[in-house]
Write a protein that binds this ligand. Structure first.
Ligand code: SAH
Ligand code: MG
Length: 202
């Protein structure tokens, strides 16, 4: 169960996660082992709220990565653009100020990296018990994030992938292609909750 105050914060945080998928994310994470968990794609911290609470319950620590300037589909003129997240001075989409409250409220378990995942991948070495891929949805970057970070999952570590749509009519194919590749590389799919896939490393 998600504590009422955590659920309330999740619901009032801007982002891209339906409540049912959030509940599934929280439940799955609570079943993960302590250690280091990594989220790719923070945005304003909506999914982060749930992962941080689960991490606290399990005794894990959570790291979340985002450059905070949004994905292609968040830019002006695209389907998922939110005008209210544009910084008045820079004129750029900037989710970092909107994430600050979630960061402060979870400072006991949460570290935020404000950087491009391609840079983080060049120095990341920590073994992972849980990896949540919810970042860039272009084929190239989604594949690259999987390549660079899934290799740090320990045996039986959990790989969660968001926005998985096997039917192109429902959404972009990059996360689905990541799931197919993970299965081909030996990950076992253990659950499907809407567009959220849960896999376990063998
Ligand atoms: N997990 C969030 C949604 C994340 S949206 C929620 O629950 O609402 C995807 C995020 O990936 C965006 O915030 C975007 O800035 C980030 N992103 C896209 N490409 C990136 C890259 N190359 N490096 C770091 N972050 C990236
Ligand atoms: Mg998503």
């Amino acid at each position: 169960m998600i504590p009422a105050d955590v659920l309330a914060r999740f619901e009032e945080t801007t982002g891209f996660m339906p409540t049912e998928e959030g509940e599934a994310l929280h439940a799955v994470a609570r079943g993960a082992r302590a250690g280091t968990w990594l989220e790719i794609g923070t945005y304003c911290g909506k999914s982060t709220v749930l992962l941080a609470d689960a991490a606290r319950q399990v005794g894990a620590r959570l790291v979340t990565v985002d450059h905070h300037h949004g994905s292609e589909e968040n830019q002006p003129g695209w389907e998922w653009h939110d005008e209210s997240l544009v910084d008045a001075d820079s004129g750029r989409l900037d989710t970092l100020p909107h994430f600050r409250r979630v960061l402060d409220e979870n400072a006991d378990v949460l570290s935020a990296i404000v950087a491009d995942t391609r840079l983080v991948a060049t120095w990341w070495t920590t073994p992972l018990e849980l990896l949540f891929l919810d970042g860039n949805h272009t084929e190239e970057t989604a594949q690259q994030d999987y390549t660079q970070f899934a290799r740090h999952l320990v045996p039986e570590g959990l790989l969660l992938v968001h926005d998985v749509f096997p039917d192109p009519a429902d959404g972009g194919q990059a996360p689905w292609n990541v799931v197919r590749r993970a299965v081909a590389e030996g990950f076992e799919q253990i659950a499907v909750h809407g567009s959220l896939r849960v896999l376990r490393r063998s």
